[in-house]
Design a protein around this ligand. Structure first.
Ligand SMILES: [Zn+2]
Length: 160
């Protein structure tokens, strides 16, 4: 199957579920649909206002989650998927992409951990800030949908 077909299959399941929040990130059918897309290069999320790149996004290695970082890993360590992201971290037990979003001053900030019945252990809302001042408050569902739509149409970048 082509990448676009895998993306369509995952988008269909996402629509059936009505989102990918809370326990939905563990949905086995959605995970199965996403599996062929995990080992693809991270994609650039761009600002809709100024077109600058804001972050890099890729799929979580096991869950129906979009993970992200401000920077990519060095070319030597990039092997697609989450290895494409800058994994620099403190040794506090958090997954590196979450750890980075908890540090003050970054362009990616966790804006809300829970709410809406979110008990997944992952953030409910994450805010991406562009250098131009634009802010993107996102939930996993909207990130995943935008990511899959870019894959579906063969675009190399993501816009919200
Ligand atoms: Zn911008």
């Amino acid at each position: 199957m082509e990448v676009s077909e895998h993306a369509v299959r995952a988008l269909t399941r996402l629509d059936e579920l009505g989102g990918a929040e809370g326990s939905q990130i563990y949905d086995p059918i959605l995970s199965h649909a996403l599996a062929p897309l995990i080992a693809h290069p991270a994609m650039a999320f761009h600002c809709a206002r100024c077109q600058d790149r804001v972050a890099w996004w890729t799929l979580h290695s096991r869950l129906a989650l979009i993970v992200f970082a401000e920077r990519r890993a060095t070319t030597k360590t990039r092997r697609a998927g989450t290895s494409d992201l800058d994994q620099a971290r403190d040794d506090d037990g958090l997954e590196p992409w979450i750890d980075q979003a908890t540090r003050p001053g970054g362009r990616i900030q966790i804006s809300e951990w829970s709410g809406g019945g979110n008990t997944s252990g992952y953030p409910l809302r994450v805010t991406f800030q562009c250098g131009c001042g634009a802010e993107y408050v996102t939930r996993n569902s909207s990130r995943l949908r935008a990511f899959l739509t870019s894959r579906k149409v063969g675009s190399s970048r993501i816009l919200l």
